[in-house]
Design a protein. Structure first.
Lengths: 95, 478, 484
């Protein structure tokens, strides 16, 4: 299988990764090789096999509905790139 | 050409839990920005979600109330997309295996008939935060207090055929979630929001037309107007030879129109997959039975009971059971005065009018149901007339005390002593000889004049039935 | 001064032959003198370490006992440590001072551990050579021209060089076991769900598992006692009592059935490696174990299945690094899209980007069934292979890695060759089983690892087998001469 640079750009956009032309070509080549390798999965006999999402066959545990987390805004925002009056700032979002 | 409208609604109801769906942060509305966003809500590196038991319980309640299937095993999935108010870069939702599926709700139609609306599914998910566009110059502010608030998204079948039906369905669901006590239903605060999928097709055609999804519908009125606008837009488009594009549209209440949100369209590819941080949610038969045991009486059942037990009309019973608060208030009044019809009239009349005037909810009424019951008892036992009762009610509303106290303080007790009434009648007759003359010569209409004079002299306190009876006898007599 | 194991130091601390502060100073001194050559630490925290050591000394003076009381350890820089930079080997988190402690860190601190610092690692644990770290590669203490393995290469190298007696690691596809093998130390990846993942920065959530790395199986057992246990903050944490992993170490190996998967001894395995592994197995046989051939027919599919599942989860797990709430933000973003695109492009290294790209692709519309769903089904086949094998045997053994530590740069240009160096370890993660690697011999001067795989929750058995082996052999006591 071989990926084109355009497909790479589409994926990179979905993943929000800026790629220049040289990188796009590099990714196209590397990803194509990796997908060729992954194609070996096609040899597997998977007819009727249940997909396995978790290593353990367990069920979700439930948490009681109680408030346990205190306000730690100052601590959390000390590591933020840009805050003002308690909100995180990003370039204006156009709706 | 005749067109048929096809509508399906996606309603997001916030579940009224104390803590968030996957974290122990508080969900209270109106806190300062980001003071209710904990490490999990912020999506800090390394944090993990743990599911809130109350959320599951409330979803099961909803499922039972809409006669749906409760999935013995449901799965949380990640819906991946980037947006600044979505801290992890994915929303935890349910995709292939929702917790509730295949339910229905009956709505009342304007012609008095009923219609069953299918509910495809109801799934659990986390809410996103909020973007604040004002006040930060060229920047947008992000407040993540709402991030992680539990939502149930209720998706209807495309069974609705008009904006009116859509509103009836939405109101019915709104009443239901409030009855169940799983959502506060506050639409201004966004606790109950709606997206509408709208399409039109030539009448008689089987296949659906291309639909537009209208977002941002946070009131019943907007739902109706937005759908009506959109239907007209689509019909105009089709009749002028155009085609409807499948897209997301935003309703602008100021301009009363929908407009395309193409800026956001860019080929969404959500890459759903099962969330590896959460395990399948298992609901056993005994869990469902335990929830069933705690279910409150639902609106339809309550309406039937009101008709049966209180001999109310279908209309009255429907009005009184429209919200659980009003129905509970009504039953508390009836418990205290044993006058179901009188209580119904008062609640739908003066009580509702007073609430509207004061812009209050039932629960905020300054007159408690027991107090209103006392007032109605005084009408029943003829201490006061219905007319005087209105004056007493207004005084009660204004905080002057209970009915008996106001009646005593203002001397409003009804005059029922026939001797006293006769004396006043005699005075009135003596003072109006010419009117008496005319009445006796056949001018029957003057009877009302004499009643009025008697009531005036007693300041309205004479028992009206007695006044009628005694007066008629006196005027015809001697 | 001899450089003892955790267990020896614990005894000497209890006997008051040395104080925790002296012990911390001893190792901090070694780090300062010797780490420049191997780059195993990203952050050293001497002030915190000495304060923790003093606190431990006070507890020791009161006669308190705790599994790690006063003992120096290092944390892989993937575990969040409150107030200390937690970089995960990435430029993205170069300035990220964690505002909370991972459960593992909390538990180890409560057990009295004295953290000396944070160890280097492949960026976001994605790598098998420790060459993808933003902080530069770690070098193998046995030969600085060679890699220490990855992604827990910093922890493995630091323990091998005795810059710290024990360290934590995490293992998503072999990231504890392969570097343990390359550096000649003992490391165990517990059963999925044994050790809390809360605060352990996620790579691939359904595969990640933290575990100890130390000089001996006995030390690993002691560490695991502190690390393991149910955590209500992790939905995938297992709610079952944790045994004392040191309790069964002395058990003999009589009648132990060891399965040798024929697929692990086929072509692909270097002849010298095969010899070392077989010699080690002979030691176990002499102590009473029976060697039985077993088959894991689908194990050949484990690497391709892993390179669908792990990148898919990683692409989603790493979406949170968007430059909004923490982490790297590009300078002067033009608009929101630019903020996302550049912050992420600048913050992540090449291998992380490659895996995000793979994962985004395999989950995207139209490819989900062909890749992700298929890989999940293969995953089940692999787990079923193990289930059948464990009906016949108690423990499975084989090489940890098909090869010796390779040279820096040798495989950087060829991702698939790099991925295949985890061929014997990956299946264990896909199945969620516990796996251990211990030094089993040498080729030239370079260590060779023997891998032991156990049934679910059978960590104690793996540690017991390794301990018995270490009673008989001295491979785990070897130290690279330059660090003696």
């Amino acid at each position: 299988m071989s990926l084109t640079s355009d497909e790479v750009r589409r994926i990179a956009h979905l993943a929000r990764l800026a790629v220049d032309d040289r990188e796009a070509e590099g990714f196209a080549a590397a990803l194509s090789d990796i997908f060729d390798f992954v194609e070996t999965l096609n040899a597997a006999e998977i007819e009727g096999v249940e997909p396995m999402a978790h290593p353990l066959d367990a069920e979700q545990r439930l948490r009681p509905d109680t408030v346990t987390e205190p306000d730690q805004r100052e601590l959390f925002q000390a590591i933020a790139p840009a805050v003002e009056n308690g909100v995180y700032l990003v370039p204006r979002v156009i709706e | 050409m005749e067109w048929e409208t096809v509508i399906g609604l996606e309603i997001h109801a916030q579940l009224n839990t104390a803590s968030k769906i996957f974290s122990g942060a508080a969900t209270a509305y109106g806190a300062e920005p980001n003071r209710q966003a904990c490490a999990v809500d912020l999506g800090l590196p390394g944090v993990l979600p743990v599911l809130n038991a109350a959320v599951v319980r409330k979803a099961v309640m909803l499922g039972l109330a809409i006669d749906a299937e409760i999935a013995p095993r449901s799965v949380f999935a990640r819906k991946n997309y980037f947006y600044p108010d979505l801290p992890k870069g994915y929303q935890i939702s349910q995709y292939e295996l929702p917790i509730v599926a295949r339910g229905h709700l009956e709505i009342d139609l304007e012609d008095g008939g009923r219609k069953r609306i299918g509910i495809t599914r109801a799934h659990l998910e986390e809410d996103a935060g909020k973007s604040v566009h004002e006040g930060f110059g060229a920047m947008t502010g992000i407040d993540l207090n709402r991030a992680g608030t539990p939502l149930v998204e209720i998706v209807s079948e495309p069974d609705l055929r008009s904006a009116k039906e859509a509103v009836a369905y939405m109101k019915k669901l709104h009443a239901l979630v409030r009855y169940l006590g799983i959502c506060d239903g506050n639409m201004q605060e966004g606790s109950f929001r709606c997206d509408a999928n709208v399409s039109v097709r030539p009448k008689g055609q089987q296949a659906f037309g291309t639909r537009a999804e209208i977002k941002n519908l946070n009131s019943f009125r907007f739902v109706e107007r937005a759908i009506n606008f959109e239907v007209e837009r689509q019909i105009d488009l089709l009749e002028s030879g155009g085609t409807v594009v499948q897209e997301t549209r935003l309703y602008d209440p100021d301009r009363d129109e929908t407009r395309s949100m193409r800026s956001k369209e860019e080929a969404n590819d959500y890459r759903y997959f099962p969330d590896p941080d959460l395990l399948p949610v298992t609901i056993h038969a005994q869990d469902i039975e335990s929830v069933r045991g705690e279910m409150p009486e639902l609106p339809d059942a309550k309406r039937e009971r009101f008709i049966r037990d209180y001999a109310l009309s279908v209309y009255d019973a429907g009005t009184l059971t429209a919200t659980r608060e009003l129905a509970d208030y009504y039953e508390a009044v009836v418990a205290g005065c044993d006058a179901p019809k009188l209580a119904a009239n008062w609640l739908m009349g003066d009580f509702t009018a007073a609430l509207n005037r004061s812009e209050l909810e039932v629960g905020q009424s300054p007159v408690a149901p027991q107090a209103l019951a006392q007032l109605l008892t005084r009408i029943q036992d003829e201490t006061i007339s219905g007319k005087i009762a209105k004056e007493v009610f207004d005084a009660m509303w204004a905080g002057e005390g209970d009915a008996d106290r106001i009646i005593a303080a203002r001397g409003l007790k009804q005059i029922t002593d026939t001797g006293a009434i006769d004396r006043i009648i005699d005075e009135v007759i003596a003072a109006n000889p010419s009117q008496l003359e005319q009445y006796r010569s056949g001018k029957d209409k003057l009877f009302g004049f004499f009643v009025g004079q008697v009531m005036k002299k007693t300041q309205g306190k004479a028992n009206p039935a007695q006044v009628n009876e005694r007066l008629r006898a006196r005027l015809q007599g001697d | 001064m001899t450089l003892d194991t955790l267990s020896d130091w614990a005894r000497r601390l209890q006997a008051r032959e040395i104080s925790s502060r002296e012990l911390a100073e001893l190792y901090l001194g070694r780090i300062e003198r010797l780490d420049a050559g191997i780059n195993s630490f990203v952050t050293v925290t001497p002030e915190l370490a000495l304060a923790a050591a003093d606190a431990a000394d006070r507890r020791l003076a009161k006669g308190e006992q705790a599994p790690l009381l006063g003992l120096p350890v290092a944390q892989k820089d993937i575990f969040c440590t409150q107030g200390v930079r937690t970089s995960c080997g990435s430029k993205m988190l170069d300035a990220f001072v964690a505002p909370y402690d991972a459960t593992v860190v909390e538990r180890m601190n409560a057990a009295g551990a004295v953290m000396l610092g944070k160890t280097n690692m492949d960026e976001f644990a994605m790598g098998s050579s420790n060459e993808t770290s933003y902080y530069g590669p770690v070098r193998n203490p046995w030969d600085p021209e060679r890699v220490p393995g990855g992604s827990s290469g910093g922890s493995a190298a630091a323990v091998a060089a005795r810059l710290v007696p024990a360290a934590t690691g995490t293992d998503t596809g072999g990231s504890i076991r392969q570097p343990a093998a390359f550096c000649g130390v003992t490391g165990i990846k517990p059963t999925y769900g044994r050790v809390s993942r809360y605060g352990m920065i996620a790579f691939a959530s359904s595969l990640d598992q933290g575990g100890p790395m130390a000089a001996s199986a006995e030390d690993c057992a002691r560490m695991l006692n502190a690390m393991a246990g149910f955590d209500p903050r992790d939905s995938t944490s297992v709610e079952r009592p944790v045994e004392d992993f040191t309790a069964g170490l002395a058990r003999d190996l009589k009648d132990l059935r060891i399965g040798l998967p024929r697929e692990f001894f086929g072509e692909g395995l270097d002849a010298d490696m095969r010899r070392v592994v077989q010699d080690a197995l002979a030691v176990l046989r002499e102590r009473g174990a029976k060697l039985v051939e077993v088959s894991l027919p689908n194990s050949g599919l484990s690497v391709p299945a892993y390179y669908v599942v792990a990148p898919a989860e990683c692409s989603s797990n790493l979406a949170r690094y968007d430059g909004v709430r923490y982490g790297h933000r590009c300078a002067d973003p033009r608009d929101l899209m630019d903020l996302y695109m550049r912050s992420r492009a600048e913050g992540f290294g090449a291998e992380v980007k490659r895996r995000i790209m793979i994962g985004t692709y395999v989950l995207s519309a139209g490819y989900y069934d062909a890749y992700y769903l298929k890989a999940q089904k293969v995953r089940r086949l692999i787990a079923d292979d193990f289930r059948r094998a464990f009906e016949q045997v108690d423990v499975i053994a084989g090489p940890t890695s098909p090869e010796l530590p390779f040279r820096l740069g040798e495989k950087s240009a060829d991702p698939i060759r790099m991925y295949l160096s985890d061929i014997y370890t990956i299946a264990v993660n896909l199945a969620g089983l516990p796996g251990l690697s211990m030094p089993a011999g040498t080729i030239g001067n370079l260590p060779v690892g023997l891998q032991l795989i156990g049934n679910y929750f059978d960590e104690a058995r793996l540690l017991n087998v390794a301990h018995q082996f270490q009673q008989e052999t001295g491979w785990h006591q070897r130290m690279p001469a330059a660090f003696a």
